[in-house]
Design a protein around this ligand. Sequence first.
Ligand code: GLC
Ligand code: CA
Length: 577
Amino acid sequence: MDTTETASKSQYTNIGTKKQWWKEAIVYQLYPRSFKDSNGDGIGDIRGIISKLDYLESLGINVIWLNPVFSSPNDDMGYDVSDYKNIMPEMGALKDFEELLTGLHKRGIKLIADLVLNHTSDEHEWFIESRSSRTNMYRQFYHWWPAENGTPPKRFSVFHEEGAWTYDGQTDSYYLHYFSRKQPDLNWENPSVRKEMYSIMKFWLDKGVDGFRLDAFTFISKDTSFPKIPEKYKNDYISFYASGPRLHDYLQEMNREVFSQYDIMTVGEASGITPEHALLFTGTNRKEIQTLYHFDHANWGRNPSNLHYPDASNRKLNSLKKVFSAWDNALKNDGWYSSYFTTHDQSRMVSRFGNDTQYRKESSTLLFTFLLSLRSTPYLYQGDEIGMRNIRFENIQDYRDLHTINYYKHLAATGGDVQAFIEAQKELARDNSRTPFQWNDTVNAGFSTGNPWMKINPDYKETNAAIAESDKNSILHYVRKMVALRKSMPVLVYGDYNLIETEGENQYLFTRKLADEEVLVVLNFSDNQGITKLPGNLIIIKELINNYKTATVVTDAQVLLKPWQAILYTIKPSENL
Ligand code: GLC
Ligand code: CA
């Protein structure tokens, strides 16, 4: 089914841009383990989500990206699937999932499922069979390296410093895992693997799921002769993994066999993909996926030679501007990208990109204003709308994520500086965004009546949804307003993006323009106030939204900006700004 509707010339300045519901979507990423526990076992579950449907609807979002709920031993929190056609017991049952889907659809909200393509759990029956003998019919579902061929060629693991091959005594062979040892990589060269995956996709689509977030999809294609990694990729294994020889063939086949047969949204987690390649995945004629999200700003403020650590000198607004401008530019005529700050793999946006103490409200609302003003599909992560911030654990025992735990163990075993690592993880650890949602100021923040699977941020007494709801000036109310504004203004979705050069290094100004409508976005990414000059020929018509209550002085094409102030104006459309 193709619901493509080509925009008419009069309606859109950029006739390459086609109207699509998934471009207009405002996605809310829901991490079910930490959203709401319905039965007191300390783990968020599907019935918990069902009990909060009215809250989800109240946000104005129209798509939920649900992190994995499929059967899993949870070595990597659901990204190690042991049965793709079932729900893990602590999340509920298939009928709960169906009820959730119905409840969302009733409220006009779609659901995209998180599909793990690159690997399964080692407890998946395919792997149990595969490792049982060299002649088993599932042997070729995974990548095996017989020990008699010597040590396998070096491959890096995202989660293990010792590498991505693990020896398995049962058949005297090594198996490949780009992630944890409990996440063996599937062999996509094998047509039976692809067929199984398509059947899994159809199983969920036929249940009414509205699309997929494709986990680590850039890693699925491998040169199975496993050559030596070329020199240019020596320090950038992610890009090497993302340049597999048949990736596009697989995606085109997937599209032909599955995606093209449904009106769905497909968003890829595009590790290792640069703007130059974005069109190859999302270009309309390519018939692969619709949109993807990149990691170019996820390394912002990190040490480039060791991403586990922050590096303050790498926190320049200018580089953020470059990233977002480059992505917009790459896809301005065709294709589409997605934008986020927090995910379950990144720490809290207000802690990393804003100021989570003095300007928690102002910087949160600025970041939302920015996300919701870009020409890309915005992703809001649960809890950011109430200003949740990094928990900053002091003890390794409080962490649940193997990413952090394994690196800590590695440092401890090799005499590394574990204390420096703990400090670094306070800023960057994935668990910072995985702490339970703070509903109210009762016990366990109203998340669970039992013992929560992860500690709750002690700031929940002041930072919670109930307080945000009752305070008309809260981040939550602002988010609802900004979401509604984007939904009411196609220019914010489809309009051309033009960066405006600024004198000050803390301000980010750009315009969005669609036919005879133009919007100016003014953002002050800073704890300091400042004056920003507007281009001389720019004429402000009206203020659309402002994250400060007090009026902003606009004189002679100058705007006085308070710390982390964000404003949208409609302006008189001009040809050359
Ligand atoms: C993706 C997921 C991440 C997971 C990894 C392995 O990056 O977002 O959480 O650890 O894939 O599946
Ligand atoms: Ca539960």
